[in-house]
Ligand binder design. Structure first.
Ligand code: 13P
Length: 250
């Protein structure tokens, strides 16, 4: 399985930023330097079409940050998975902790979104992760396992979904779990996937939360870490590329 390096721009960026980002990617690729990871960018929805055009010919996939669970209808302001696929997306993030917190998304809603994504031909990236209080009370494994089991789409093979483990307290905080803790949670997630998903061994498990060029090689070297979901550091092409290039560099 190739490592997946995914950038989640969240509600950041602009047309100009997307242009500059793509230009830097293009300059990097023109140098002939090799990146051994698959790359994915998830810009805000209004920039998906621009990004699709800008990324043309570059080895970078396009993804969205959320989708609605229904294929179409009277849902003002929402975006269906089919629309994202129509725009050229291959992936969509579902159940990010910011959506779970700010929009009250439940595991059941996240699962419905993941199933809608799959039905539209997209690969859902299902986010799970414990809060600081849950970790401090020794519940990190139990909480992430329950989220996983309740959010993972039904009847989807392991080749059709990605899981991202993002401890809520590590997001945007500059704090990361110890490598041992990352390994412990990722192994636990893998064991769950092997139990209830067909081809559960094939699901890439990304780590997310304060991934930077400085810590990427260590994190990507942890067993069962199949890539990274990057927020802040994905806004600068140089940092995003440095993280992608650090795959296998340890
Ligand atoms: P940061 O990399 O900014 O901590 O964000 C992680 C994240 O939430 C990616 O989805």
């Amino acid at each position: 399985m190739r490592t997946l390096i995914a950038g989640n721009w969240k509600m950041n960026g602009s047309q100009a930023m997307a242009v500059a980002f793509a230009a830097e990617l293009r300059r990097f690729m023109a140098t002939g330097r090799q990146i051994r990871a698959d790359m994915l960018i998830c810009p805000p929805a209004p920039y998906l079409e621009t990004a699709k055009r800008l990324l043309d010919g570059l080895p970078v996939a396009l993804g969205a940050q959320d989708c609605h669970a229904k294929p179409a209808g009277a849902y003002t302001g929402d975006i269906s998975a089919a629309m994202l696929a129509d725009l050229g997306c291959q992936y969509v993030i579902v159940g990010h902790s910011e959506r779970r917190t700010n929009h009250g998304e439940s595991n059941a809603q996240v699962r419905a979104k993941a199933m809608a994504a799959h039905a539209a031909g997209l690969i859902p990236i299902i986010c799970i992760g414990e809060t600081e209080a849950e970790r401090d009370s020794g519940q990190a494994l139990a909480v992430t396992a329950a989220q996983l089991r309740e959010s993972f789409p039904e009847n989807v093979d392991g080749k059709g979904a990605v899981v991202a483990y993002e401890p809520v307290w590590a997001i945007g905080s500059g704090r990361v779990p110890s490598l041992d803790d990352v390994e412990g949670v990722h192994r636990h997630i893998r064991n769950q996937l092997l139990e209830f998903v067909s081809n559960g061994a094939m699901v890439p498990i990304l780590y997310g939360g304060s991934v930077k060029p400085e810590n990427a090689a260590d994190l990507l070297g942890v067993p069962e870490v199949g890539g990274a979901l990057i927020g802040g550091a994905s806004l600068k092409a140089a940092d995003f590329l440095a993280i992608a290039a650090s795959q296998g560099a340890r």
